[in-house]
Design a binder for this molecule. Structure first.
Ligand SMILES: Cc1cc2nc3c(=O)[nH]c(=O)nc-3n(C[C@H](O)[C@H](O)[C@H](O)COP(=O)(O)O)c2cc1C
Length: 251
């Protein structure tokens, strides 16, 4: 246990040089891609751009005060505008650096390395067929990947039988691509990636609250089975957190 705690530590200057290896950046290795390549002739769906959002106008203090984990969702679909809003708030790209390696998003990230891809299991979104999708953040589009049979039941089971997880209108699955951060920060990267992920997840909570949707961060899921479902190798890219989103019952 104590050994694992070390992961949360940083280093005093004296120790830093002894412990932290030379980075690939300092060895002039090419910087990693900040978006996983994709088939540009695949099925792509345009999302609503942030300049066109007409939803989510609510006071910040109210949002913060109302935020809570919500595990009960209705069978209603969410709209394309709502989904676009959630994706923008969690991983929207504001600017990509041309010369310096990094990307500015709506969430902070150590060194602007932005080490995540967002996969979505869509169950009920107006105008979108159910299935597995990936957010192509640089284009603010969705890429269809494949259908998932019995999605609701399967996702509930893969979340350690937390059945409500499969009942989300959409289930966010954040996938870490650690090398993006390791390229500069080597062994320091993993703490930073975990902190980066917290920012993404918190933005989903707040964005959902702004739209009267509910979400909850889910740390309990079957790692290997989830990675296999998403077609990930489990080493260079793997699921790090999931979050169902749905309409919440009016009480
Ligand atoms: C990293 C992380 C993992 C979590 N995993 C689960 C989970 O697997 N199942 C669940 O029902 N809630 C999970 N939660 C939600 C917490 O239980 C919840 O945030 C906590 O009880 C505080 O409640 P609140 O979010 O309503 O303030 C997780 C939260 C975080 C931040």
């Amino acid at each position: 246990m104590e050994e694992n705690r070390q992961f949360l530590h940083f280093f005093d200057k004296n120790d830093y040089a002894k412990v932290v290896p030379k980075s690939d950046e300092s060895k002039n290795k090419p910087f990693p891609l900040f978006q996983k390549p994709y088939n540009e002739t695949g099925k792509l769906i345009d999302l609503i751009p942030p300049t066109k959002f007409e939803i989510g106008n609510i006071s910040f203090l109210e949002l913060v005060n109302r935020r809570m984990s919500r595990r009960n969702y209705t069978d209603e679909p969410i709209t394309l505008e709502e989904l676009s809003f959630l994706l923008w708030c969690t991983q929207g790209v504001k600017r990509a650096f041309k010369k310096r390696a990094g990307v500015m998003r709506t969430v902070p990230s150590a060194g602007a390395k932005s080490p995540f891809e967002t996969y979505l299991i869509i169950n009920r979104v107006e105008g979108i067929d159910p299935g597995l999708y990936r957010y192509i953040s640089f284009k603010h589009r969705l890429l269809f990947i494949k259908n998932i049979e019995n999605s609701e039941q399967k996702i509930g089971e893969l979340a350690y039988d937390q059945k409500f997880v499969g009942k989300g209108a959409v289930v966010f699955c954040w996938v870490a691509v650690p090398y993006r951060t390791e390229w500069r920060y080597t062994i320091l990267a993993h703490k930073f990636i975990a902190i980066d992920l917290g920012h993404v997840s918190q933005n989903l909570y707040l964005a959902c609250e702004a739209l009267d949707l509910g979400t909850v961060a889910i740390g309990y899921y079957e790692q290997k089975k989830f990675d296999t479902l998403l077609g990930l190798d489990g080493k260079n890219e793997f699921v790090v957190l999931i979050a169902p989103v749905g309409k919440i019952p009016i009480i």
